[in-house]
Ligand binder design. Structure first.
Ligand SMILES: [Zn+2]
Length: 204
């Protein structure tokens, strides 16, 4: 009886040791900054009462709500409808030192038949390779449901000046009727957000 107890205690001690040893690798957090473009007096693209700044803020909020992965920590550059200089956004991002910056935008063009998603990464920046990898993954997560353009390089201020890998994601065209209906609907916003959440689960 006593022998059994000792053996059981020894076995338990081993289990306890492993239980404490495991979290080391499991608590590796992924920090992601979601940069909802525009805000305040800068409303971005506009069609009737639909404003880019509101759509991107709403999708950013849904990403945070839908994220159930404790290892993915989501930060925002703005929490409300406020105007922010790009320099301030970059400063916020660089102080967080995230693994990824995802800048959310909605496109606008004079050609109303143009639709679909676009992905931009910085040109000639040190973190280009990692950004390219993330953009490809994000595009892949969207591609079975949405029209996606090939990943492009651009000299956007946010991408150029943040030290972390970054993707600027144009989620559709406000100037296109189908895209607009989708982007301004609760279901459409939720679907895009949940796909972003799935993408965030995949990155490392
Ligand atoms: Zn924009």
């Amino acid at each position: 009886m006593k022998k059994h107890l000792i053996r059981n205690l020894a076995a338990m001690a081993v289990i306890v040791c492993f239980a404490f040893a495991l979290p080391e690798t499991e608590t590796q957090k992924i920090n992601v900054v979601i940069d909802a473009g525009h805000g305040g007096k800068d409303f971005g693209a506009k069609h009737d009462d639909f404003l880019e700044k509101d759509i991107v803020a709403s999708i950013a909020q849904k990403v945070k709500e839908l994220n159930d992965d404790k290892e993915v920590v989501i930060h925002f550059t703005r929490n409300e409808d406020e105007f922010q200089q790009l320099t301030d956004r970059v400063e916020t991002i660089n102080s967080i030192k995230p693994d990824l910056v995802l800048s959310l935008h909605i496109n606008m063009t004079g050609k109303s038949d143009k639709s679909g998603m676009e992905f931009y990464i910085g040109q000639d920046v040190a973190q280009n390779q990692k950004s390219k990898e993330y953009a490809a993954k994000l595009s892949n997560v969207m591609s079975d449901r949405f029209e996606v353009a090939p990943v492009k390089e651009a000299r956007f201020y946010i991408l150029k000046n943040t030290e972390a890998p970054g993707v600027l994601f144009e989620m559709g065209f406000l100037s296109n009727e189908n895209d607009r209906q989708y982007l301004t609907s609760q279901n459409g916003q939720k679907e895009i957000a949940s796909r972003i959440v799935n993408f965030l689960k995949e990155i490392e």
